[in-house]
Design a protein around this ligand. Structure first.
Ligand code: MF3
Ligand code: CO
Ligand code: CO
Length: 270
């Protein structure tokens, strides 16, 4: 389908199909978000506050002449989400101090020349417990296995299946209440990218689709609840939760990752 008004090409599922020339803009946006996450790592240590981490991120976005996608988004007021331990996602930066052994996800989305780059990773303050380290490894591996199945002809159900089957075989659980999303010139577009599902189901992947994959994995049960601040999502059973997120684009033969770590620091411990 061709929409004459906005010149946007969409497939039958309402998913935008971008042109090969659009990949460069996404690479630029993804590179900035990823570079900021590369540089925040040295600032994560016991005693540090997440408000200071967020300020550093906001300063980096501004220094690059870019725009934070999260400041002002549905009333959110920070340049990052920082989600510690049993916080699943959308943790709000605050003056609370990190403790030795805390694991945290830092999620940054920037807009560069109108293109959105959205990525998150895990960090550790001090030394993680063995079970926390296992959670980080399984969550990271689940994202990479999902990215491995992305190519035209496979489906979004294949992505969800790759994550769910791996995570559950490791006796952990996949969060159902939040998902990945299309992106490009907007933050959140169709489709919802589910991190669970059955192989061969869902929309078919096509060249030119841009979306995130951002599995949240819990050591305990998958259920979450949102706190009274209307943002912070936590595990209902208070078990530890982890998340990694990449923004990717489907190519003729597979996909490109827009948010690769140029310093090779995507995983916190190897
Ligand atoms: N970056 C998050 C995502 O991966 C969205 C954060 S929205 C905010 O989709 F308002 F909480 F920042
Ligand atoms: Co996202
Ligand atoms: Co994100």
């Amino acid at each position: 389908m061709f929409n004459k008004a906005d010149k946007t090409r969409r497939n039958r599922d309402g998913i935008t199909l971008f042109d090969p020339s659009d990949f460069a803009g996404m690479h630029a946006a993804g590179a900035l978000a990823s570079q900021i996450l590369d540089e925040i790592g040295v600032h994560v240590y016991p005693g540090q506050t997440t408000a200071v981490l967020d300020k550093f991120i906001q300063d980096q976005v501004e220094a690059a002449g870019a725009i934070s996608a999260t400041i002002g988004y549905k009333g959110y007021q920070h340049a990052s989400c920082i989600s510690i331990n049993h916080v699943v996602c959308h943790g709000i930066p605050s003056d609370k101090r990190l403790k030795d052994g805390d694991i945290l996800n830092i999620d940054v989305t920037v807009i560069v020349d109108g293109w959105y780059g959205d990525t998150s990773r895990m960090y550790v303050a001090g030394k993680p417990s063995r079970k926390a380290e296992r959670l980080l490894d399984v969550t990271h591996e689940s994202l990479m296995r999902a990215i491995d199945v992305v190519k035209p002809g496979n489906t979004f159900g294949d992505i969800g299946h790759a994550i769910q089957s791996f995570v559950e075989a490791e006796r952990m659980s996949v969060v159902r209440d939040f998902c990945g999303h299309g992106l490009g010139h907007v933050f959140h577009a169709p489709p919802n990218v589910l991190h669970y599902g059955r192989a061969g189901t869902g929309p078919v992947l096509e060249e030119g689709m841009f979306f995130t994959i951002e599995p949240m994995v819990n050591l305990g049960r998958p259920e979450t609840k949102v706190l009274a601040d209307d943002w912070t999502a936590v595990t209902r059973d208070k078990s530890l939760s982890a998340q990694f997120e990449h923004s990717i684009g489907v190519t003729a033969t597979g996909c490109e990752i827009f948010t690769l770590s140029k310093a090779d620091r995507f995983h916190p411990t190897y």
